[in-house]
Write a protein that binds this ligand. Structure first.
Ligand code: NAP
Length: 479
């Protein structure tokens, strides 16, 4: 099937296409997508601009009703949308179901915000002056999303943007555009007015410049690599666009000797390998206190060897493929770098291509131990199923190692010591912290995002998303 772009309420199905293939079995084409052009981006931004006055004047509850309807449509198609995600991105079916459920919840959460839209009302110093600030949309917003959460990330940008009265142009990742296409389809079926939402698929390298320079654009929300995010920031700054960037990480989990040992092992293995390590919040460095280091390494290796790698559509599979060949090659390249710098991994390290795995991009979950701060795999984001275990003398040493990187997305500690927990919470240099949980696994009701080189601008999700996608108009009224 050909999945068209959605511009000004029309599905554009003509033009060159690119294929979206199943990374677990590349013989399977999940869909063909129309390759958008810079002219399509221009048309989409113009349509969004034309739709802005009416959409921003629509009441918040009425905007919310459309999001509620779109959530219901996704809910009705829940099983098939989740299966499509597994086929296009590779994550296991239970993980895909979890993500689609999250997208539905996000749509409903922000739909409810349409009936609140909190402004500010405060008493004036002056007699008979009524003063307040109300929210207004920022205008036409560009949304650029990655492939690893192909539904939830578009949902957590689209829903707050729309509920605040903005109109949007969405550019999904080329490796997994179908899951976000389904959200746009649901919004269309829910009756979103033409031009309010626009969807243009195609290479970011071709479309990015057109998007960031579209005359009508007022803001851009990007999730993806630091390289592209930093470039976008430079371009956006020239035009003083409002911008929000969520980018890479090199997330630590500190494991202290007083931790609940078994749950610490489970949490690290879960955070390092589930979703094939392709979560921006995945643990890629386990920093383990000396007293339990050897025992912890042995337990992680034993648990990792039991993980089942395969097609995520099959029951019992823990780890799916890398999203595409380039990502798999990146992972294998870092494994080779790790081998040279720190010795052979204690498990994993190879591509799996026997039998049913022959047509997919499968890599064994890989554990390196004895990794030091100077090693490349302790410094650079790999974005795959590779865990570096590092030894720390004590809590202070672990904190130092955890913070001594340019990234600051997520971070975790495993401990039963309350004082250490609070020391960690105040001193960890990351935007998302977990205690006695995997470093990955967030909810939508609180701010989401990192610090340092991982992020820039207001946080996503929760009430912070409302701050990014709206502006205040402050009114002083004498009566
Ligand atoms: P990416 O290569 O930066 O791509 C992200 C998006 O940007 C895609 O839609 C891509 O389009 C587009 N793009 C590429 N070149 C562009 C350009 N010149 N102008 C505008 N857009 C352009 O990242 P990715 O490989 O999809 O995702 C992996 C990265 O995302 C990792 O670094 C990960 O940590 C990060 N990530 C961060 C978070 C977070 O919340 N912090 C969440 C998820 C992922 P194409 O697909 O067509 O190239």
């Amino acid at each position: 099937m050909i999945f068209g772009n959605y511009i000004n309420g029309d599905w554009i199905t003509s033009g060159d296409t690119f294929e979206n293939r199943n990374p677990a079995n590349t013989a399977e084409v999940v869909g063909s997508f129309v390759k958008g052009s810079p002219a399509d981006i221009g048309a989409a931004a113009s349509a969004a601009s034309a739709a802005l006055p009416a959409w921003s004047a629509t009441s918040g509850p009425a905007r919310g009703n459309i999001l509620f309807k779109a959530a219901d449509i996704l809910d009705r198609n829940f099983e098939s949308v989740a299966a499509e995600m597994t086929r296009e991105e590779g994550k296991t079916l239970p993980e895909a179901k979890g993500e689609v459920r999250r997208s539905i919840n996000i749509l409903r959460y922000f739909a409810g915000e349409g009936s609140r839209m909190p402004g500010m009302l405060v008493p004036s110093e002056r007699d008979r002056v009524h003063m307040f600030a109300l929210r207004k949309p920022i205008g036409v917003v560009g949304l650029v999303t990655p492939w690893n959460f192909p539904s939830a990330i578009p949902a957590w940008k689209l829903a707050p943007a729309l509920i605040c009265g903005n109109t949007v142009v969405l550019k999904p990742a080329s490796a997994a555009p179908l899951s976000s296409w389904r959200i746009v389809e649901a919004l269309h079926q829910a009756g979103i007015p033409k031009g309010v939402v626009n969807f243009v698929a195609g290479s970011g390298g071709t479309l990015g410049n057109a998007l960031v320079n579209a005359p009508h654009l007022k803001g851009i929300s990007f999730t993806g690599s630091c390289e592209i995010g930093n470039w976008l920031h430079g371009e956006a700054s020239k035009r003083r666009l409002r911008i929000q960037l969520e980018m890479g990480g090199k997330n630590p989990t500190i494991v202290l000797a007083d931790a609940d040992f078994n749950s610490a092992v489970e949490n690290v293995v879960n955070a390092a390998f589930f979703s094939t390590g392709q979560k921006c919040t995945a643990t890629s460095r386990a920093i383990v206190e000396d007293a339990i280091y050897d025992k912890f390494v042995a337990a992680v290796v034993e648990r990792t060897k039991k993980l089942k790698v395969g097609d995520g559509m099959q029951a019992g599979i823990d780890i799916g493929p890398c999203v595409d060949e380039a990502q798999m090659n990146t992972v294998l390249r870092y494994v080779e770098i790790g081998r040279k710098e720190c010795g052979d991994p204690l498990c994993g390290g190879r591509r799996l291509s026997d039998g049913a795995l022959a047509n997919g991009y499968f890599v064994e979950p890989t554990v390196f131990a004895g990794v030091e701060e100077k090693h490349t795999i302790a410094q650079e984001e790999i974005f795959g199923p590779v865990l570096a275990i590092m030894r720390a003398r004590d809590f202070e040493d672990a904190m130092r190692i955890a913070n001594a990187i340019p990234f600051g997305l997520s971070s975790s500690i495993q401990t039963t010591n309350l004082s250490r927990t609070f020391e960690y919470i105040y001193r960890a240099e990351a935007g998302l912290l977990t205690v006695n949980l995997p470093s990955a696994g967030v909810e939508y009701q609180l701010p989401f995002g990192g610090t340092k080189d991982s992020s820039f601008g207001p946080k996503e999700q929760g009430q912070s998303a409302m701050e990014f996608y709206s502006d205040y108009k402050t009114v002083y009224l004498k009566y």
